[in-house]
Design a protein around this ligand. Structure first.
Ligand SMILES: *[C@@H]1O[C@H](CO)[C@@H](O)[C@H](O)[C@H]1NC(C)=O
Ligand SMILES: *[C@@H]1O[C@H](CO)[C@@H](O)[C@H](O)[C@H]1NC(C)=O
Ligand SMILES: *[C@@H]1O[C@H](CO)[C@@H](O)[C@H](O)[C@H]1NC(C)=O
Ligand SMILES: *[C@@H]1O[C@H](CO)[C@@H](O)[C@H](O)[C@H]1NC(C)=O
Ligand SMILES: *[C@@H]1O[C@H](CO)[C@@H](O)[C@H](O)[C@H]1NC(C)=O
Ligand SMILES: *[C@@H]1O[C@H](CO)[C@@H](O)[C@H](O)[C@H]1NC(C)=O
Ligand SMILES: *[C@@H]1O[C@H](CO)[C@@H](O)[C@H](O)[C@H]1NC(C)=O
Ligand SMILES: *[C@@H]1O[C@H](CO)[C@@H](O)[C@H](O)[C@H]1NC(C)=O
Length: 615
């Protein structure tokens, strides 16, 4: 069934992951507000987790003052505290009670991932497994194939939207003997919107792709597709339902369970914009890290907001904040353009509630306003273009207005091109419309327009498959990747992983594989490398794994200016899996304080990468 009930979620998008194949939301950066749920708090008591003295005196005082409340969660593993529903007027009173250390308003966040609401497969032809293109540059291929290190006996917890565990990349199993998915829990249920959690023991994701994609990057294993740590043992902690909403309270609960399950590594492709390190999820993450677990979390996709745009809990100093970089190549869906020659140009996926595109040599025309040779924004009624593909420029009005004009003129597909050189992303209408729409780069639109201007007929063909394209900005930080430093001036992000146009498992019902961009994708990549390093003997004691990963990362130079990208954008650089796994040279991460040494880091780079195939 095609439903639109979840579209409102897009409008309140806060964080996390892009609904796109390539980069930024066309509508611009999303909201930066740190959202909280009214009348809901997390109270942290004095004393270590499990110490009852603070809570006993707190609740005695609450009773004495006659403040009514409901406990919605108890924490005793990583946080000495509770979640409470209590009227906002008592906030100050609570904070001043004996035994209380901190009172946090309950943070809520939403991935701006597109919600998939189809439940059957005809829309999504099955895609085949393809190799991860990043593994050569990161050296992960050599770690897996030369060192034979694949994450065996390392346990990794994934906090996300759950998983399609029927996918062959995870062995089509859950918790059975020999299955790599040995742990898991659903903390939210399908319809969780902030307070209505319906937990159960089954983390299956019936509606979203996010958790399946993230876990696939981390540890998928399916023919040509190999995740970073394809033999690791996985715990799946479902903290978002079908609305992609998550709260600090749910994250703390899931972190506690991951600790109890003995995870060595925890990865979170989720975040809370505007959070400080001392948030509830930051606090619980820090305790988890002190207990020896390697904690990795997404930097966020708010690069366009500039400095200080890192999300919580990755802003916390002992949590590794992972930004995103482009690789030299990426997979993309594409058009074959036929004029006096045949070329392929990349495009985004069409809306995931519509059938995959299937076009065979359909004419493409410009969506020019009547009487104009230049106004191609599609913001006004268009001359008739029955049965044709229509090219319009981004900007000037909403996608819905453009789409409606194209549809009314008889167009069968809208192709939106960027008005600058930035990455296109999937087209989202703010109101229901069935016209398929995709986005392309400006450079490719210039090519199309030149051909349309000289050729008699220019046609496009399209299917659901993907092919490899060169990146425009190889190894640059992805434009969407959030910038540091952290709010307390920590060096954030710590480093970058491959996160632009990542081809990885999707739920079987959505075609088995798909391409998504975001720090959601780079984060499990880094978590996977830490599993390889741990299998090879790195210890997390004394920050050993962190130092190995950060010390060996490869700082990147901006090809345009020939200077290093700022540390607050790229951290220590792009993850080097071979270096992190094998390096014996460790110096403390805290000594990287915002300036790189004057020496030429390319020598350093070559030292660690001699065994890599440099792409
Ligand atoms: C929290 O702990 C209290 C005291 O043990 C108990 O009464 C309450 O039911 C618990 N609430 C939840 C939501 O676990
Ligand atoms: C990765 O390296 C291997 C071995 O050198 C090579 O066969 C393969 O084509 C490379 N893959 C990519 C995507 O560059
Ligand atoms: C890799 O290691 C595994 C586990 O120790 C072993 O079973 C396998 O034979 C090794 N593969 C190669 C190619 O050495
Ligand atoms: C594009 O053209 C290539 C080369 O002819 C062909 O292999 C491929 O199937 C075409 N793709 C589409 C979507 O038409
Ligand atoms: C690990 O690094 C964090 C900062 O990222 C620091 O606060 C902590 O003290 C370090 N722990 C050890 C044991 O060095
Ligand atoms: C690095 O961290 C370790 C573990 O905390 C500590 O023992 C050592 O003194 C630190 N080294 C430097 C140079 O700060
Ligand atoms: C930061 O790094 C610079 C350059 O390496 C060094 O001179 C300075 O002492 C460092 N500051 C701190 C607080 O570590
Ligand atoms: C580097 O790679 C080669 C094969 O390409 C391998 O023989 C050699 O052992 C590797 N070096 C290390 C240190 O693993």
């Amino acid at each position: 069934m095609r439903t639109y009930s979840l579209w409102a979620v897009l409008a309140t998008a806060l964080l996390g992951d892009l609904p796109s194949t390539t980069g930024q939301l066309i509508g611009g950066p999303s909201s930066v507000a740190f959202n909280t749920i009214p009348h809901n708090y997390i109270v942290k008591f004095n004393g270590d987790p499990g110490d009852p003295s603070g809570s006993v005196s707190f609740f005695a005082q609450m009773a004495a003052l006659g403040i009514p409340y409901t406990i919605t969660a108890n924490y005793s593993v990583l946080l000495n505290g509770v979640s409470l529903e209590v009227d906002d007027q008592y906030n100050d009173a609570m904070a001043s009670l004996p035994g209380v250390q901190i009172v946090w308003p309950l943070g809520i966040s939403s991935l701006d991932a597109t919600t998939i609401s189809a439940t059957s497969s005809p829309y999504f032809p099955t895609q085949s497994p393809k190799p991860m293109l990043a593994h050569n540059y990161t050296g992960v291929n050599n770690v897996q194939n030369v060192l034979n290190v694949t994450g065996r006996n390392v346990k990794i917890g994934v906090l996300d939207s759950g998983i399609d565990y029927n996918h062959p990349a995870f062995g089509s199993c859950f918790k059975t003997s020999g299955c790599r998915l040995q742990y898991g829990y659903d903390f939210v249920g399908d319809f969780f919107s902030g307070k209505n959690a319906v937990p159960d023991s089954d983390p299956f994701d019936p509606c979203q792709y996010h958790g399946t994609h993230v876990t696939g990057i981390l540890a998928g294993n399916d023919g040509d597709f190999k995740g970073v740590a394809p033999d690791a043992t996985i715990g799946v902690y479902r903290v978002m339902g079908c609305y992609n909403i998550v709260t600090e309270s749910i994250v703390v609960k899931a972190l506690e369970q991951a600790y109890l399950d003995g995870m060595n590594i925890v990865t979170m492709s989720i975040g809370f914009p505007g959070a400080w390190g001392a948030s509830a999820s930051g606090d619980a993450s820090a305790t988890l890290a002190q207990l020896g677990v390697f904690v990795v979390s997404a930097a966020g996709n708010r690069g366009k907001d500039g400095m200080w745009s890192i999300d919580g809990p990755s802003v916390r100093n002992s949590v590794v904040s992972v930004g995103s970089a482009e690789m030299a190549f990426h997979y993309s869906q594409y058009f074959n353009v036929t004029s006096d020659e045949l070329v392929g140009i990349r495009r985004t996926m069409s809306q995931n509630y519509l059938p995959a595109l299937n076009l065979n040599q359909v004419q493409i025309v410009r969506g020019l306003a009547a009487g104009s040779t230049t106004d191609d924004y599609g913001c006004n009624a268009l001359p008739t273009v029955t049965g044709k593909v229509v090219l319009v420029q981004n900007g000037g009005c909403t996608m819905y207005t453009k789409g409606l004009n194209v549809q009314n003129a008889g167009g069968i597909l809208m192709v939106v091109y960027q008005s600058d050189s930035s990455d296109p992303s999937t087209v989202a209408y703010d109101r229901p419309l069935y016209l398929p729409a995709v986005a392309i780069y400006r450079a490719d639109a210039v090519y199309l327009i030149n051909k349309i201007n000289v050729a008699v007929i220019v046609t496009v063909s399209a299917g659901a498959d993907s092919v490899i394209f060169d990146s425009f900005t190889p190894r640059a930080p992805s434009a969407f990747s959030s910038w540091g430093p952290g709010p307390e001036s920590d060096v954030k992000p710590e480093l970058l992983g491959p996160g632009s146009n990542i081809y990885a498992p999707f739920p079987v019902q959505f075609g088995s594989y798909g391409i998504v961009s975001g720090t959601s994708m780079s984060t499990p990549y880094v978590a996977g490398v830490s599993a390889l390093a741990i299998e090879y003997g790195k210890s997390n004691a004394g920050n050993g794994t962190l130092a190995a990963i950060v010390n060996t990362a490869r700082p990147q130079i901006d090809a345009a200016s020939l200077t290093y990208f700022p540390v607050i954008q790229q951290g220590a650089g792009i993850i080097n899996g071979f270096g992190a796994t094998t390096s014996q040279i460790i110096f403390n991460v805290t000594s990287i304080n915002g300036t790189f040494p004057d020496s030429d880091w390319r020598d350093f780079d070559m030292f660690f990468s001699y065994n890599n195939t440099v792409d």
